[in-house]
Write a protein that binds this ligand. Sequence first.
Ligand SMILES: [Zn+2]
Length: 110
Amino acid sequence: MKKIKKTTKADIFLKSFERWQKILGLTDWKMVWCKYARRMSTYAQIKYSASTRAFYLYHNLRGCQNPAAVGLHEALHLLLADAQIKSEKEEHRIIYRLENLLAEAEKQGY
Ligand SMILES: [Zn+2]
C-alpha cells in the first residue's frame, strides 16, 4: 500500500515562500536548500549571497501557528536583499509594513 505523505508545516512554509518568490519577481534567486534547524531563535531564517543569487532556508516551525505567514516573511527578506539595509531592526520595520500592506490589500480584494 502506498503511503500518503502528510502535509507538514515545513511544506506549507516552503510552498508559501515559493509562491511569494514568484509574485515578487525574485526568480533570479536559486534555493540551495531548505533545511530543518534544531537550534533557532525564530521559526525561520534565510541566508543569501547577493552576488551568486543563492539562498538557504532554515526552519524550525514547532509551535508556529501560521507557517504560510513565515514563508511570506522570509520572501520579503529576500526582496530587500539588494537594498543592503544595514540594521536588522530597520529591515524588519519595512517587512512588517509590507506584511500589513499585503494583508490590507487582500482584505480589500486586490
Ligand atoms: Zn525576519
